[in-house]
Design a binder for this molecule. Structure first.
Ligand SMILES: [Zn+2]
Length: 153
């Protein structure tokens, strides 16, 4: 697997205050509690640190029917993009995680959709990626919020 945060070019664009997927300026807020994941470094934003809250469409190119837009958080302070063969350890605490495979055309492969406990997430993603018709997997929270994209290594 190759697990990555959102592109650094997109992250830096949003940190500069350029428009989100709804054409609005990202909001700056204090993170409260311990459940504020940054989708660039895939780390948790510390309680009291500043986060950006914005609408994000985790698909490249032209919008299409499957290109959902949803809320994400990002560190306002600069962070490094996550890029690893393994999921961040805290993903084990996603209760549950929602996963879906997408084809090379960016349409959902409906037979791949699963709701799994976080500790089973890695194995479930690896299993979906054995299907040659799946190009990549999205991980989402129980709220439907995009967490990260997983590709084949
Ligand atoms: Zn971050």
């Amino acid at each position: 697997m190759r697990v990555q945060g959102i592109s650094t070019i997109e992250y830096e664009r949003l940190r500069r205050g350029e428009c989100d997927a709804h054409g609005q300026t990202p909001l700056s807020r204090k993170a409260e509690g311990g459940a504020n994941p940054c989708r660039h470094c895939l780390g948790l934003i510390e309680d009291g640190d500043t986060k950006l809250v914005l609408a994000y469409r985790p698909f490249e190119g032209t919008p299409h029917p499957y290109a959902e837009i949803g809320p994400i958080f990002l560190h306002q302070a600069q962070c490094a993009r996550y890029d690893s063969p393994a999921l961040p350890r805290w993903f084990a605490f996603l209760e549950p995680a929602i996963i879906r495979g997408y084809g090379a055309d960016d349409w959902i492969r409906y037979e791949t959709g699963q709701v799994v406990p976080g500790r089973e997430l890695g194995a479930a993603c690896e299993s979906i990626l054995t299907d040659a018709s799946v190009a990549y997997v999205h991980v989402r929270s129980k709220f439907g919020c995009f967490q990260c994209r997983i590709d084949r290594a």
